[in-house]
Write a protein that binds this ligand. Structure first.
Ligand SMILES: NC(=O)c1ccc[n+]([C@@H]2O[C@H](COP(=O)([O-])OP(=O)(O)OC[C@H]3O[C@@H](n4cnc5c(N)ncnc54)[C@H](O)[C@@H]3O)[C@@H](O)[C@H]2O)c1
Length: 358
């Protein structure tokens, strides 16, 4: 079991059966416990917990449809009503079991319900394990705008058990790899190379790679929990990535990681155009990422809409679009202002490289 300290709570990487999960449940033996999952993780993961932990025999399960389009304020409101119907109180516990969609939403639901109840994250996707379940960002989308509503709020514990990856669809594994590649690109060239090599294997992901990814994310968010400085680096690929994800949301083959991967290609190109990244490094990144992630088709109107959306990005300051850029593989800098004209130039550069989704 790898134990990793975060902001006032512990991340445990290893079998949940050998973790402190059982003990933690015991401490809520007189309280209500509610499990929050989507339809896929309910079937693949909640059932496993229910059979393994008798402390969950009385637990309620709230299940929502899977997919990013359901990460909405309306669904959150419904769940608050359900919690209220179950008479869940301030001392009760919510356990979020799922990918980043569930841990982001569940964390937000718990943090605002009755001014905050405690919650545990049990991430079940690769992306959730190495990124979304760690660091206290919780929230939901507002229309096409990603994570516009939310709060920083930490779980009381995170249990990361690779067993759950056995049922994760291949496309979702690839989505998680994108965030791992990002961890490498922003801070660790060796990790970047290891992740690329592992993607060729595709079978199971070594626990050491999970641990390295988790440690990079955790190190950054513990040093800068409220994203005042260094943490902004984790947004590499997300300025373009978020508008791309919002624009194509709901279409088959569209995942958070895919959109971030396309965002990383775009932002690497911008880094090169600004003279920060060498042509050689840029071409390597472009080639590495395009092998796994296809650039989507877009018309001039689509492009214009996405560029307009950039102006409403959460990270903007004084109306200016902010972006993270690379100065090499493993070196990222933040707070770069970019103009709408530059954004258009980037889209146009990739316009002829599009491949149909599906
Ligand atoms: N809070 C953060 O710091 C942070 C960081 C990165 C991403 N995110 C958010 O995370 C979300 C993306 O996370 P995601 O990629 O995990 O998406 P997701 O939660 O939608 O999961 C992807 C798909 O995989 C399924 N799934 C998950 N685990 C499974 C399992 N073990 N077996 C079978 N199916 C399984 C889900 O049901 C879903 O269909 C986005 O909403 C993104 O904004 C948050």
């Amino acid at each position: 079991m790898h134990l990793i300290q975060s902001n006032g709570y512990q991340l445990e990487l290893g079998s949940i059966l050998e973790s402190s999960f059982s003990e933690k449940l015991q401490s809520f033996s007189n309280e209500k416990i509610v499990l929050f999952a989507d339809e896929n993780t309910s079937e693949a993961c909640v059932s496993y917990l229910l059979t393994q932990f008798e402390q969950l025999s009385e637990a309620e399960v709230i299940m929502i449809p899977a997919g990013e389009i359901h990460k909405t304020v309306e669904i959150v409101e419904n769940i608050w009503e359900v919690l209220s119907d179950y008479q869940v109180g301030r001392h009760d516990l919510l356990i979020n079991i799922g990918g980043g969609m569930i841990t982001d939403m569940g964390g937000f639901i718990a943090s605002c319900y009755k001014r905050g109840i405690e919650f545990i994250n049990v991430p079940t996707s690769l992306l959730g394990m190495v990124d979304a379940s760690i660091g206290g960002k919780t929230g939901v989308n507002l229309g096409h705008f990603k994570n516009q509503i939310g709060v920083f709020s930490h779980p009381i514990a995170v249990y990361i058990d690779p067993i759950f990856l056995s049922t994760l669809p291949k496309a979702e594994l690839m989505s998680g790899y994108a965030e791992l590649l990002k961890h490498g690109l922003i801070s660790d060239a060796l990790l970047y190379a290891e992740v690329l090599a592992q993607m060729e294997e595709a079978e199971s992901i070594p626990v050491e790679l999970l641990r390295d990814g988790i440690e990079i994310k955790n190190k950054v968010v513990t040093a800068d929990p409220l994203e005042k400085g260094e943490r902004k680096k984790l947004n590499f690929g997300h300025t373009f990535g978020h508008v791309i994800e919002g624009f194509y949301m709901g279409r088959e083959g569209v995942s958070h990681g895919w959109a971030v991967a396309i965002g990383m290609i775009f932002e690497s190109y911008l880094s090169y155009k600004r003279g920060l990244l060498t042509l050689k490094d840029y071409q390597k990144i472009e080639l590495d990422l395009k092998k796994w992630y296809n650039i989507p088709p877009f018309s001039n109107e689509d492009m214009q809409e996405m560029v307009n959306w950039l102006s409403n990005d959460k990270k903007n300051r004084s109306g200016k679009i902010q972006c993270c850029l690379l100065e090499g593989i493993g070196k990222c800098t933040f707070d770069h202002e970019i103009s709408q004209d530059e954004a258009v130039e980037v889209f146009l550069h990739f316009k002829n490289q599009q491949i149909n989704l599906n």
